[in-house]
Design a protein around this ligand. Sequence first.
Ligand SMILES: *Cc1c(COP(=O)(O)O)cnc(C)c1O
Length: 367
Amino acid sequence: MTHPLLDLAPLTAARFASIEDRVARLLDTRQDVVIMQGEALLPLEGAIRAAAGPGTTALNVITGPYGQTFGNWLRDCGATVHDLAVPFRTAVTAEQIRTALARHPEIDFVSLVHAEAATGNTNPVAAIGEVVREHGALFYLDAVASVGAEPVLPDAWGVDLCVIGAQKAMGGPAGVSAVSVSERAWARMAANPNAPRRSYLSLLDWKERWTDAGRTALLHAPAQLEMLALEACVERIEAEGLPAVMSRHASAAAATRAGALALGGGLEPYVREAADAAPVATTLRAPAGLAASDLVARALERDPGLPLAAGGGALAEEMIRVNHYGSDATPAAVRSSLAALGAALAERGARPVDPRAAREAADAAWR
Ligand SMILES: *Cc1c(COP(=O)(O)O)cnc(C)c1O
């Protein structure tokens, strides 16, 4: 008896290449797109280790937990790192980047996270890209949480290394990921004696033995199920249309924010300005005296399928996350999430809680 997940024909090089091309179309890029056989941390780390070394001076922008990780990798590579940290309730501005670059003209690498699913903010990459390009630095972007939820345009924005994963707004698998690489970035890697080579982390291996070799022979057996899932997920996005998928995410975020404000009970948006709030996930601040983790647990007890989570680590007590990943970016998921949070707040004694006002505000804000 054949098994649908187990007894598959091998994934051919041609099929692999066609999946890369579809991902490139999703990003509207003519840069090389390399699909890495691991979760997004693989290309995120691989790109930094390939492009940065002891001669590098980096501006590392910290708007959430991932920025911290990138700074650690950059230091580990021997780079001189200038951190620019902004409060997680805001976004960084192009002006702040301009000031930091003017203060340290030797900066030749800028790392930035586009949207932060963990903190719910999003950064103005188009405007920042202009400033980085003017300065001439290489521009590294983590777009894992933004792709599918809002525009991600590496070519138009001058991003040299743009990393994506499918597990957030794309509604796809977590086990493979992709990075688009500019000519400038390839040149930087080629000139870096410390860039990983003959290594699972190596982007240069993929360039030399796959992309430049005509994409006829894979380096090793690919993660076949994850590649097929990525293909299916891109097909589904193409069928709905990327603009429609992004619009669903924007609506889900706007509706959740408006609904939470109308719900009452002391619940507040965690990200201060709506313009800085990411379409991929809406973060809320629990009322004083009530633990976010407890409210989320109560809400999930009522409805275990809801896309709710408490903040990670130190944020678990104050932050509630309403995720809008892929198929969860719907009016129904937003309404049910608000209703369950309202019930949890009321149960814990928060007053006044108005679920009907929340639902009306959410429906009105859905664009
Ligand atoms: C989700 C996410 C990743 C991928 O990390 P996981 O925790 O493994 O899902 C990377 N960067 C950002 C900004 C993310 O939101």
